[in-house]
Ligand binder design. Structure first.
Ligand code: NAD
Length: 438
């Protein structure tokens, strides 16, 4: 069996590398030539633990990388994992995936091969049916008879992408009963014998992914709301509350970390796309809108704490630790830190950031508008305040000495990772009842 993966981002490159490392005959396709050159050399174009090793093993076996769609012609399974970003009104931008459908359709015009196209990208309900129409129109072939399309949303987590690809918690397959569906089911049953598989129709499979991400976002906004209430209760601590309610099996402990709000390439865009879709379907998304609003208000909260501490933030020198949307990644897409930097620059603050993994991506946005620290000590030097944005180990291990060269030892800890440490600082945190001085 020959397999293609189209779109070599976090999802596609992890899948192609894992399948390659398992000795599948596989070709990875992307239209970004710079990415292709790097990947061919065994270098992932983004930071993702275990990916480089897995990719290199794959390349030594039967994984090939190309920018040419004609190379997928002989494939039996084609996974499509191109980006589905958001448009300015919050709706989903389907241009990449539609372009892939058109390109594949034209390519299969003169082919007699029955190919199975598997949509891994996150797409709003109804999209797979649209893709089928595009494929039928451009290929002049019939869905079900000449080719099949299956929806197969992805649930991996960045920074655990390889691990999750090797061992997902769930596989969702949406499509009409056919030999192709059986073939994909067998493929997954062989790869992941003990993983639950939900088999359903296209639109339900598409909706499962949105329901999943919307629920995760809801958990985060919920605990952030509780954190805001805790801040008004002297001495209370959202951390203990999250731990306690997380032990209730009906709630679960994950995604209950209060913080600066959710960011990244999935939750913000998927919640917004679902809000948009819901409105267009005639359902007022009251809860989802509240989740999104609560998230957007978190940054205002950081701004308010800053203004309370520094009075006027214009010309104040502020250090930001952690710019990626979470620890252990270089991904700054929809990162709250990036929005915070933009907001503070508008207010006239001077910014120095620290995030060894994400520094280069951050530089591409802000160039010389901000300064870039190469150590925590040097980032904090002469600053009036530091804001901790991610719970990276390097920030958890900060020492008293690191703060010595600050002009004012004001610390805003959005993750509470320095709570209970004796650091001789003026400490402010999200989700703690009152300001503490150690
Ligand atoms: P990404 O932006 O990292 O990668 C997408 C890749 O597709 C890029 O390399 C881009 O060059 C390529 N591409 C775009 N148009 C193309 C085309 N016409 N032909 C070939 N290649 C093309 O995206 P990602 O984070 O891997 O996400 C991919 C999809 O999976 C999205 O729909 C996303 O919502 C979903 N998803 C992402 C994650 C995640 O954690 N990143 C998790 C689950 C699902």
């Amino acid at each position: 069996m020959k397999i293609a993966v189209i779109g070599l981002g976090f999802v596609g490159l992890s899948l192609a590398s894992v399948l390659g490392s398992k000795n599948f005959n596989i070709i990875g396709i992307d239209t970004d030539l710079k990415k292709i050159e790097k990947i061919k050399k065994g270098i992932p174009p983004f930071i993702e633990p275990k990916l480089e090793t897995t990719l290199k093993i794959g390349l030594k076996k039967k994984l090939k990388i190309s920018s040419k769609f004609k190379d997928v012609e002989s494939c039996d399974l084609i996974f499509v994992a191109v980006g589905t970003p958001q448009l300015s009104d919050g709706s989903i931008d389907l241009k990449n995936i539609k372009l892939v459908a058109k390109t594949l359709g034209k390519q299969y015009q003169n082919s007699t091969k029955k190919v199975i196209i598997i949509i891994k990208s996150t797409v709003i309900p109804g999209t797979t049916l649209e893709i089928i129409k595009i494929l039928e129109k451009t290929s002049k072939r019939k869905h079900g008879k000449d080719f099949d399309v299956i929806t197969n949303p992805e649930f991996l987590r960045e920074s655990k992408a390889v691990e999750d690809t090797i061992s997902p918690h769930l596989i969702v397959i949406g499509g009409e009963t056919s030999n192709s569906l059986k073939k994909l089911l067998n493929f997954y049953r062989n790869m992941h014998p003990n993983i639950p598989i939900i088999k359903t129709n296209y639109q339900t499979a598409e909706m499962i992914k949105y329901a999943n991400n919307a629920f995760l976002a809801t958990k985060i906004s919920f605990i952030n709301q509780i954190a805001s209430i805790c801040e008004k209760i002297p001495g209370s601590n959202v951390e203990d509350i999250a731990k306690a309610i997380g032990l209730d099996p009906r709630i679960g402990e994950l995604f209950l970390k209060a913080g600066p709000g959710y960011g990244g390439s999935c939750l913000p865009k998927d919640v917004k796309a679902l809000i948009n879709f819901s409105k267009n379907s005639g359902v007022e998304p009251i809860l989802l809108k509240a989740v999104d609003t609560t998230n957007r208000l978190q940054i205002k909260k950081i701004e308010r704490i800053l203004e309370k501490i520094l009075k006027n933030i214009q010309n104040k020198h502020i250090a930001i630790l952690g710019v990626a949307f979470k620890a252990n990644t270089d991904d700054i897409r929809d990162s709250i830190s990036i929005n915070l930097i933009k907001l503070l620059l508008k207010k006239g603050s001077k910014i120095t950031i620290h995030d060894p993994m994400a520094i280069e991506n951050t530089r591409k946005i802000f160039k010389n508008k901000i300064a870039y620290g190469n150590s925590i000590k040097n980032t904090l030097k002469n600053t009036n305040c530091v804001i901790i944005m991610t719970d990276s180990n390097i920030y958890q291990n900060i020492l008293k000495n690191d703060f010595l060269t600050m002009k004012n030892k004001f610390v805003i800890d959005t993750r509470r990772i320095l709570n209970h440490k004796n650091l001789d600082i003026e400490y402010h945190a999200i989700g703690l009842g009152k300001k503490r001085k150690f």
